[in-house]
Write a protein that binds this ligand. Sequence first.
Ligand SMILES: [Zn+2]
Ligand SMILES: [Zn+2]
Length: 362
Amino acid sequence: MKTQAMVMTDFNKSLELTEIEVPHLENGQVLVRLAASGVCGSDVHIWHGEDKRVKLPLIPGHEGVGYIEDIKGQHCSVDGQILHPGDLIIWNRGISCGRCYACQVLKQPSLCQERITYGINNPCDTPPYLNGCYAHHIILTADTDIIKLDDSTDPVTMVSASCSGATIAHAFDMCRIKPGSTVAVQGPGPLGLFAVAFARALGAGTIIVIGGTASRLDMCKKFGADMVLDRKSVSKKDRFDTIMQVTGGRGADIVIEAAGYPDAAKEGLDILAMGGTYLSTGFAQFTGYAQIDFFSQIVRKNAIIKGVWVSDTSHLYDAVHLISKNPPLFSNMVTHTMPLDNANQALELMASKKALKVVLTN
Ligand SMILES: [Zn+2]
Ligand SMILES: [Zn+2]
């Protein structure tokens, strides 16, 4: 049996639709027919050759939802159900070793030094070859954590749980949100939208979003933001004054950075309340330095600053359940769907920021 994938053989060049022989499965491996493959902002960085983990030739794509076509032996879902052909599934995009210091002592598998991510680490000349989601089929290894989805799930809506949804679930796993906590979100992209939705679901009080794209800020309101501040029309000082005004002069208890540029960190720590927590989720690679006044912005506030690197299976589980509560809302996040062989156009759309989220429908 043969399948097709969009293969990246060179950085900054077009991906090519390529026929690939589906290998015989090994014990525990699962052959999945992809129903939806998410195009992530970090795929654009991969395409530009900015991710040091990548080896070519690569089938990109770390976000997938699909139907099981074949299983060799047995593979159970994370809640112990035996999986069968025909089941609709989503899986943790990363596989951690379970044996290293990060996995066993820190109990933070997202920091595993051996962590392998579909569509990033393993080139498609390495077995089982079908190692990414920009394809009609992917082979999941025996140690991949799989979540079985309800048959009624819309794969296109659910696929964002894989990456941005799970990463924001990880952020909220690192802080204590109380009923009434004020949450400020920097950046209204997919990460920012999930931040708004999680904050609302977890009982936040006022949710404020700072961003630079009006249409995305409108989307944040749909997702539950009480106030949006457009940094193109509202100055930094006015943003600060407004946030202080709505928080009784205290600032935001939790600030989530989902923007990925260093200046955001400076502003985020300014608007952070005494005793507040700053969660940084938006930096996928080095983008420069931020100048921080440690006395006023951190020490004097007892501020907690936490980096959020990718996610683990528990975070994916949380994101799946968040989306399952209100699929029509999350369907708004996907601005473009297109067939697999339009993957080059999809990457261009994400690079130009004309699309909020593109999903390949295979
Ligand atoms: Zn991603
Ligand atoms: Zn490990």
